[in-house]
Design a protein around this ligand. Structure first.
Ligand code: GDP
Length: 446
């Protein structure tokens, strides 16, 4: 799902590569690509318009922390908006009502109602440990009744017997009665669909709804039908008190337009995705945030931005930048400040993994940085230095090294090592200051 959209969106972020800030101009270029990407994904036009407007507003108002690139910040904004568009969080089935909880499945013929009824039954049985009863009210297609019975046998879930000669509402009532008497936790009612939306089908679904008072009225729709899916969702939502949507055949949908539009247009959450013909493993809970990160394929950057935005001391980074701009070098005092900052962010390893420019850093320096354990000892060593020594490490000769080692409870070898690492970092920052990527940027060095 979403393969083409992912590619197109990633294309749009390229517009921001090498830019120093988010500006009206570069945002406009990136947004034009985002808009194209969404339209090509068959997202409904009003949804695309709102989305782009929202991203523009957020991007213009967003301060790009010196430690991040505009591209990263933009990706985060798009990610957040995609998540919001799809409903922000996973909407679970309401299983709190007094049992039997009734779940009514509505949708067009061929959308996957019957298959999905069985998938849901299996899900409830295995994951929620519920006793489930299913029933088919599709009196127009005997094959549909037989299909549900057969699926029920496959997954060892009871199916209430029904016959095409009976009235749908009566079947549903009888099934509910049986579910009550036999203390089932959940009753899943599969209904008849038509090829197109028609009043007769809606009237029947309304009657069934009135008769069994479902806790969940789920609209089942084929994701591959794109904007049609959205329009059908709207029609069903107008006619029936839907509680949620199940988007089927997501496995065959490379565009994802329905997944992105349905929530915004119908106001109803997508609760599950159908991801295969098989009843077992064919159903997934729908998680907007996971979907968004799947679409962008940039989960790492998104979490990095979050981490930095939450935890980097912006002022400190700014002071550092100013200082370096004024031509003063990176000294041990700064080094200690960096160590503290890095520690606040959960250690270097967690940051380094996420940085695109990492491979450019010499491997020795990388090793020195990844060594997280001795960070506290490093800090202790620097603490034992005088201010003069921190500002001018070159004056730290043998006798000073011995004193510092003793004072910090470390060894001369460790002090030597720290000074060597510091020297290496100094070089690295100088180099990165020119390139403008990676750790230097993260730590607010350029
Ligand atoms: P109904 O008419 O709404 O009851 O639809 P069915 O349950 O009979 O499903 C119609 C067709 O879609 C069948 O061939 C199913 O195997 C197929 N189908 C249902 N859900 C999925 C899904 O999530 N992925 C795929 N690939 N096929 C599905």
């Amino acid at each position: 799902m979403f393969e083409s959209l992912s590619q197109r969106l990633n294309q749009s972020f390229k517009a921001l590569r090498g830019q120093a800030r988010l500006s009206e101009d570069n945002i406009r270029d990136a947004l034009r690509d985002v808009r194209m990407a969404l339209l090509e994904a068959d997202v409904a036009l009003p949804v695309v318009k709102d989305f782009v407007a929202e991203v523009r507003q957020k991007a213009l108002g967003e301060e790009v922390l010196r430690s991040l690139s505009p591209g990263q910040v933009f990706i985060k904004i798009v990610n957040d908006e995609l998540t919001r568009l799809m409903g922000s969080h996973n909407d679970r089935l309401d299983l709190q009502a007094r049992p039997p909880v009734v779940i009514l499945m509505a949708g067009l013929q061929g959308s996957g109602k019957t298959t999905t009824s069985a998938k849901l039954a299996l899900w409830l049985k295995e994951r929620e440990k519920k006793r489930v009863l299913m029933v088919s009210t599709d009196v127009y297609r005997p094959a549909a009744m037989e299909q549900l019975a057969s699926l029920g046998r496959d997954i060892a879930v009871e199916v209430f017997p029904s016959h095409p000669s009976q009235a749908p509402v009566q079947i549903a009532r009888d099934a509910l009665d049986a579910a009550r008497k036999q203390v089932y936790d959940v009753l899943i009612v599969d209904t008849a669909g038509r090829l197109h939306v028609d009043e007769e089908m809606m009237a029947e679904a309304r009657d069934l709804t009135a008769a069994v008072q479902p806790t969940e009225l789920l609209f089942v729709v084929d994701a591959m039908t794109g904007q049609d899916a959205v329009n059908t969702a709207k029609a069903f939502d107008t006619a029936l008190p839907l509680t949620g949507v199940i988007l089927t055949k997501a496995d065959g949908d490379a565009r994802g337009g329905a997944a992105l539009s349905i929530r915004a247009i119908s106001g109803k959450p997508i609760k599950f995705l159908g991801v295969g013909e098989k009843v077992r493993k064919g159903l997934e809970a729908f998680h907007p945030e996971r979907m968004a990160s799947r679409i962008l394929g940039m989960g790492d950057i998104v979490s990095l931005v979050e981490q930095v935005q939450q935890e980097v001391d912006v002022e400190q980074a700014q002071r550092m930048t100013d200082k370096l701009r004024k031509g003063k070098g990176f000294d041990l005092e700064d080094f200690r400040e960096q160590l503290r900052q890095v520690e606040r962010m959960g250690g270097l390893t967690s940051i380094l993994d996420k940085l695109p420019g990492m491979s450019e850093i010499p491997s020795e320096a990388q090793e020195a940085l990844q060594d997280k354990k001795p960070m506290r000892r490093l800090e202790a060593i620097i603490n034992s230095m005088t201010m003069e020594e921190r500002r001018h490490p070159e004056i730290i000769k043998a006798s000073r090294r011995r004193r510092i080692a003793a004072g910090s409870g470390t060894t001369v070898a460790e002090v030597n090592k720290l000074l060597k690492q510091f020297e290496m970092m100094q070089k690295m920052f100088k180099k990165m200051g020119k390139g403008g990527k990676g750790l230097g940027r993260l730590l607010g060095m350029n």
